[in-house]
Design a protein. Structure first.
Length: 277
């Protein structure tokens, strides 16, 4: 399969993607700080919106036709694309927040998962925290693989291996995958979270990927709720979503949506991110 030059950015373009990545990270931090029982998902959306606007950017989610919110907030059996609203968070909830910012024509995209404490249900909390931990680790396994990968498909293989090594029998969503990112939030190539026969495009300087494993505690079968957006598990089991936008450049890899470039997350894999020059 052939891939055009359009998926590879110049060094100047990579530098232009640093700020939208940092804005995206700051928006997620603001939402994360508010997460507590009784807080509505719409309040999380407003906190992220305030940060994005204050940094001179705009939500790239709002550039998607028909979507008017700044972030997606998915709770419990909702895995991705949850619409913020009046739902109040409860103890023990597992909450995934997906955010993106466009700044001067360039995009960032990232997601986190948080589990609320619940003294009355420690077992449920422990199970959900493990689901989030395994998902986050698989994300970093994929990013670490990107540092030495020959093809994009190596990333998906690393993510799948990491999840399966947990021994938990988790499901990996098949219909929803990562993507390239740049002038648009969603660009080629697709970044699968599992091993595929097609190796995908070559990994070389200028490639920027939004890597985003979406993992569920049970079956990977999902459906779209009546709102036309929210993706939930059919069996009602919990989901977790973690994501970072990552650039490959002449010196190595740099996580655009992590203030430290991914240093902390990559350290367990023996990979050190290199700032974009």
């Amino acid at each position: 399969m052939g891939f055009g030059r359009g998926i590879y950015k110049t060094p100047a373009q990579l530098r232009a993607m640093i700020e939208p990545g940092l804005i995206t990270a700051a928006a997620l931090d603001a939402a994360r700080e508010l997460i507590a029982p009784g807080v509505t998902t719409l309040e999380l959306d407003a906190a992220a919106a305030d940060v994005i606007r204050s940094r001179g950017a705009r939500s790239n989610f709002q550039l998607v036709r028909g979507y008017r919110h700044t972030v997606c907030v998915s709770v419990n059996e909702q895995v991705v694309h949850g619409i913020p609203g009046n739902r109040e968070l409860e103890p023990g909830d597992i909450v995934s927040i997906d955010a993106g910012a466009e700044h001067r024509g360039w995009n960032g995209d990232s997601a986190i998962t948080v589990v609320l404490p619940d003294p009355a249900r420690p077992g449920v909390v422990a199970e959900r925290e493990e689901l989030s931990r395994v998902t986050a680790r698989s994300l970093w396994a994929g990013i670490a693989a990107l540092a030495t990968a020959r093809h994009v498909g190596d990333v998906g293989a690393a993510i799948q291996d990491s999840i399966e090594q947990s021994g938990q029998g988790y499901g990996i969503l098949r219909e929803y995958v990562g993507h390239g990112i740049g002038r648009k939030m969603h660009e080629a190539p697709s970044v699968f979270n599992y091993r595929t026969a097609d190796p995908g495009p070559e990994v070389r300087p200028g490639l920027v990927l939004a890597i985003e494993p979406m993992v569920v505690a049970g079956s990977d079968a999902t459906f779209v709720e009546d709102d036309g957006w929210t993706v939930s598990t059919i069996d009602g089991t919990a989901g977790s979503h973690w994501e970072h936008s990552v650039a490959v450049h002449d010196g190595g890899v740099w996580v655009l949506t992590a203030p430290d470039g991914g240093a902390a997350g990559l350290a367990p894999f023996g990979v050190a991110p290199v700032p974009i020059g």
